[in-house]
Each structure stands twice: as structure tokens, then as C-alpha cells.
Design a protein around this ligand. Structure first.
Ligand SMILES: Cc1ncc(COP(=O)(O)O)c(C=O)c1O
Length: 399
């Protein structure tokens, strides 16, 4: 057929992280012992009290359409969490419950963007941002940060990138893929520019519960009325509660934006899954012990992994303080040779690692940072030990 398909859809790149995870799964299915550092999801089971709430919802017949933007009980739980954890006052009509964080971001950009509007995305970034912005008709403007600045956007870099077409900035803390956190002072400086230049901030705080050491999570919207009015705060249950498959995300925003997102959602997906919403109420209102237990385990893995990577030749990393990723600078590896051939790129390095060392890692070109790899520690410590040994062997095999 010669009919042209959508240019917008054709311009979207498939998710390379999902592709790597799929390749590792396929090799495992063929009986190979593959270690996968690609995981973007906790390896823990969803806590039992949350599963029980879902089973109860089914048995109670809570299996029908709900209001488009979510049930009031869940919105109230989200408001309580925003107040207690983020120091943010949102009323229930400012909350939109969605089918996951990705869906919240899609809603947000659908509500904000007119064709040609620019959205500033600091690199390295989570690979879905530019694609979601493009799908909404926006233009991603990538601002590359520096390793010396811990891969964080400075207020000055933001100011330099703003044009009259800028509509919003995406700010992700704790960050995927770097594991870095923005401090209160850094956020205050950014907020000042945002308010002065009158743009929006899309604050993606998906990993807000996953913080190690003494650092605090600061929500940019909590830093004053003017920045609050310009921020859409976005989070979800996937990472904090090991609920990736349940698909529940949420936003806090102005009533006007919430109402627009709700209308859009009502036509696109009707409502988030009714059973998952009941489970989410339990996740937010129920005992939080399992969150702490999971975090403690992530912390052990993080320390082990960071310690080992620091001792490896040709690679280095900054100690991550949040999320469950380590961002590895592999620039030196690229000039080395493997079996007589120059490695040349992190994509090639990832290929060698999976084929010859049965270890899956994520090359970060699609995260806007070509010479880097992302390693997830959302896998069992035994796997981490085995996988790091393999990476170390590869590095020692280089000439
Ligand atoms: C930074 C960031 N934001 C949002 C999401 C989306 O999460 P969800 O699974 O709820 O769609 C992810 C998932 O990997 C993420 O890493």
C-alpha cells in the first residue's frame, strides 16, 4: 500500500531499555545464564497487603468504570501523601490519577503543548521524555549537563536555553539514569529562573521514596507560591511499591490543568484500572514497612556495586544517592581493543558484554549521553556480584 502512515508515530524511537531487557529474557529462555543490569523495576514482589486490597476489590465487585481522573478515596490518599511527604498542599480537584507515570507525562504534555512549543530536557534524561514531548507536538531542547556538576542542570544553563518558545522544563529528581538528587539550593535557583521567565516545570518525582544516606527529597513546587503555580508534580506507585505492572501514576497541578488532563483521559483511556486504584489506596495508606525494607536492600546493593565499580579499570561513576541506577562513564573503554578490534562505542561494548560475557547493560545514547552506561541494582545481590565479576573480566581482557 502506498498510503502514508503518521509522521508523528514514525518519528518515535522504540524504547531501547525494553529491547535490552527483552534480549536478556530471550537468551535466558534459551537456557543461557544471563545477568541483566537493564531492569527499570524493583525485583521485589508487590507487598501482600496491597495484593489483598486488590483481591478484595474484585470480590466486592469493584470492577466497573470509575470517574475518569480516579476515585476520590485515592485522590485523598494522594493529597495526604503530598502533604506529609512533599510538603505540598493539593486539593482533590488538583489530582489526576492515571495509568502510570508515563501516562501522566503524556497527559501533562497534551495539556501544555501547542505545536512548536519547546520543552527543555537536561541530559542525561530518561529516554521517554523526548519521545513523549514529540508525540504531543512539542520540540525537545536538550541541555547537556556535566559530570563535574553531577549531571545536574544549573540555573544558568536553564536561563541560557530559554527562548520565547519555551513552554516547560522537565526536572527529574531523584534522577534516572544518574541516581543524582537536586538539593534545595539548586532547586531554589532553578525555581527563580522558572518564575522570572514564566515557564512551567514538569517535576518527575517517580523515585522520591528511593533515597539513601542523609539527603532529603525536595519537591520544587514546595519552594513558594509562584513556583507551585507553575509546576506539575508527577509521581506514581511503580517504583516505590514494586507495582510496575499495576499502572498507577498521578499528578498534582493547578485545577485548570487537572481538569484538562481529566477531559483528555476520559476520551483516551476512560479511567485507570479500578482494581489497581483500590490497591493504590492501600499502598499509600497502609503500613509502609516494606518500603523501608526494600530501600534498605537497595542501599546494600548500591554500596556494594559502587564500591566494585570504583575499583574497575577504565570506568568510573559518581556515587548515586537515589533511584536504583549507577551511571557509568565508559569513555576510556572506547579507545581500547577487544579481540583485536577497537571497542569504539558503548553500544558495541554492550553487545560484547551480552554476547561474550552474558551480561546485559544499558548504553545511554538514547538517554542523551553517548559514552555512558546505566546499570540497575534492582536485581538480587548474587546476580550483581556475578555480573560485576563478568564486567571486570571484560575490562581486564581489553588491550
Ligand atoms: C524517571 C521516570 N519517570 C517516569 C517513569 C514511568 O513510570 P511508570 O512505570 O509509572 O509509567 C519511569 C519509569 O521507568 C521513570 O524512570
Amino acid at each position: 500500500m502506498s498510503l502514508e502512515l503518521s509522521k508523528k508515530a514514525a518519528a518515535v524511537k522504540p524504547s531501547s531499555t525494553l529491547a535490552i531487557t527483552a534480549k536478556a529474557k530471550e537468551m535466558r529462555a534459551q537456557g543461557m545464564d544471563v545477568v541483566g543490569f537493564g531492569a527499570g523495576e524493583p525485583d521485589f514482589r508487590t507487598p501482600q497487603n496491597i495484593c489483598d486490597a486488590a483481591i478484595k476489590a474484585i470480590n466486592d465487585g469493584f470492577t466497573k468504570y470509575t470517574p475518569a481522573s480516579g476515585i476520590i478515596e485515592l485522590k485523598e490518599a494522594v493529597c495526604k501523601k503530598f502533604k506529609e511527604f512533599n510538603n505540598l498542599d493539593y486539593a482533590t480537584d488538583q489530582i489526576v490519577i492515571s495509568n502510570g507515570g508515563k501516562h501522566s507525562l503524556t497527559n501533562i504534555f497534551t495539556a501544555l503543548i501547542n505545536p512548536g512549543d519547546e520543552v527543555i530536557i537536561p541530559a542525561p534524561y530518561w529516554l521517554s521524555y523526548p519521545e513523549i514531548v514529540k508525540l504531543a507536538g512539542g520540540v525537545p531542547v536538550i541541555v547537556t549537563t556535566t559530570k563535574e556538576g553531577e549531571y545536574k542542570l544549573t540555573a544558568q544553563e536553564l536561563e541560557n536555553a530559554i527562548t520565547e518558545k519555551t513552554k516547560a522544563l522537565i526536572l527529574n529528581t531523584p534522577n534516572n539514569p544518574t541516581g543524582m538528587l537536586y538539593t534545595r539550593d539548586e532547586l531554589m535557583a532553578i525555581a527563580k529562573v522558572v518564575v522570572e521567565k514564566d515557564i512551567y516545570v514538569v517535576a518527575d518525582e517517580m523515585y522520591e521514596n528511593l533515597i539513601y544516606g542523609d539527603l532529603e527529597h525536595v519537591s520544587i513546587a514546595s519552594l513558594g507560591r509562584e513556583i507551585y503555580d507553575r509546576t506539575i508534580t508527577c509521581s506514581g506507585l511503580a517504583k516505590s511499591y514494586a507495582m510496575t505492572g499495576w499502572r498507577i501514576g498521578y499528578t498534582g497541578s493547578s485545577k485548570e490543568i487537572a481538569s484538562m488532563m481529566s477531559s483528555v483521559q476520559s476520551h483516551q483511556t476512560s479511567n485507570p484500572n479500578s482494581i489497581a486504584q483500590k490497591a493504590a489506596v492501600e499502598a499509600l495508606n497502609g503500613i509502609q514497612d516494606h518500603v523501608e525494607e526494600m530501600n534498605a536492600e537497595f542501599d546494600v546493593r548500591r554500596e556494594y556495586m559502587y564500591g566494585k565499580i570504583c575499583k574497575m579499570p577504565y570506568v568510573d561513576a559518581i556515587e548515586p544517592m537515589g533511584a536504583f541506577y549507577i551511571f557509568v562513564d565508559a569513555t576510556e573503554v572506547l579507545s581500547k581493543s577487544y579481540k583485536g578490534e577497537k571497542v569504539g562505542s558503548v553500544e558495541r561494548m554492550a553487545e560484547i558484554l551480552i554476547e561474550d560475557y552474558k551480561t546485559a547493560v544499558v548504553p545511554c545514547a538514547d538517554f542523551g549521553f553517548p559514552n555512558h552506561l546505566r546499570l540497575s541494582y534492582a536485581i538480587a545481590i548474587e546476580q550483581i556480584k556475578k555480573g560485576l565479576k563478568r564486567i571486570d573480566n571484560f575490562l581486564k581482557d581489553l588491550q
